[in-house]
Design a protein around this ligand. Sequence first.
Ligand code: G6P
Ligand code: MG
Length: 218
Amino acid sequence: MNTKGFIFDLDGVIVDTAKYHFLAWKKLANSIDVDFTETQNEQLKGVSRVKSLEKILSWGNKTISEDEFMALMAKKNDDYLSYIDKMGESEILPDVPKILNHLNENNQGVALGSASKNARKILQKVNLISNFQAIVDGNDVSKAKPDPEVFLIGAKALNQKPENCIVFEDSVAGVQAANNADMISIGIGDKTVLSEADYVFKDFTEISIEFIEELIKK
Ligand code: G6P
Ligand code: MG
């Protein structure tokens, strides 16, 4: 059987942590008198912690010192982690385990490719960490999505050529990163938002085992 590399983004693909990022960013933004809406939160999907704070500050026309910047980053993460600490298996998005199990049972390469520095902790919380042969997260990369770095490191860790890899992503920047890496991009979410992806599904309940088998045979 062919072996392919399947690389999963974390936030918004495996678990819905966007709601916790939203709560933590909103609290932080409001604490410095900056408004923060769900629409703005959408624009932070796939965006690193540093870049997210930079965007929030620019939306609020705020300039702060480097020390204050670091303090706000730490504050946001502490708050975010208070939600993560309460996470469990029930927060895994529907049918994700089904697909992960199928890939693992059929000896496919499975890696994580996330911008989050909390990725390992979250995978442990939801008890999925043993499903991944390689984990590439925000601690391993220097260039943010849409740069392909995170996925190229993932492919290397799986011993796969980029063209034999398939990426699952919920963010525009992530889909672009997969395309820039010469991988097959599968958008998870809204077709109109993720129009650059090779395929788009609302969520994993729409992805059949037959479709996965087709990808393996390609
Ligand atoms: C993912 C999320 C972003 C988040 C980033 C960094 O890409 O979609 O919303 O800002 O990871 O996450 P972290 O857990 O390191 O703050
Ligand atoms: Mg994501």
